[in-house]
Write a protein that binds this ligand. Structure first.
Ligand SMILES: [Zn+2]
Length: 122
């Protein structure tokens, strides 16, 4: 179904939404926290010094001039973890004043619940 370009985006969106809800569920169940971060440049940025080390998708290792050498995905994972640590506890408000935290968990579940309650009246 994903190969059908008319439906692919909707199917992928639904899958990511479901995946995100599973993450929230299991994080709550195991008393952990899920934090959404922007993945942009996480595989190109050096997790040790912050320099941008451009590499193609086929380049599987990260080698920086600072001496940091890691497997590409490990480097990206460290960058993602650092972004998440920096974001923990930071929330933003949108134009309506509702909290649109990048943190997943109770706030987002509450928002989704609120959307579901409000949708019939729209
Ligand atoms: Zn570096």
């Amino acid at each position: 179904m994903v190969k059908n370009h008319c439906l692919a985006k909707s199917i992928n969106d639904a899958s990511w939404s479901l995946f995100r809800r599973w993450l929230e569920y299991f994080a709550a169940k195991f008393n952990s926290q899920v934090v959404a971060v922007n993945p942009r440049m996480t595989s190109q940025k050096c997790s040790d010094c912050g320099a941008i080390v451009n590499k193609s998708l086929s380049t599987r290792s990260h080698k920086c001039s600072c001496g940091c050498e890691l497997q590409r995905d490990v480097n990206a994972a460290k960058n993602i973890l650092n972004l998440a640590k920096a974001r923990v506890g930071h929330t933003q408000s949108n134009a309506t004043g509702l909290v649109t935290s990048t943190l997943l968990g109770a706030n987002l579940v509450e928002q989704v619940t609120r959307v579901n309650v409000e949708s019939p009246s729209l």
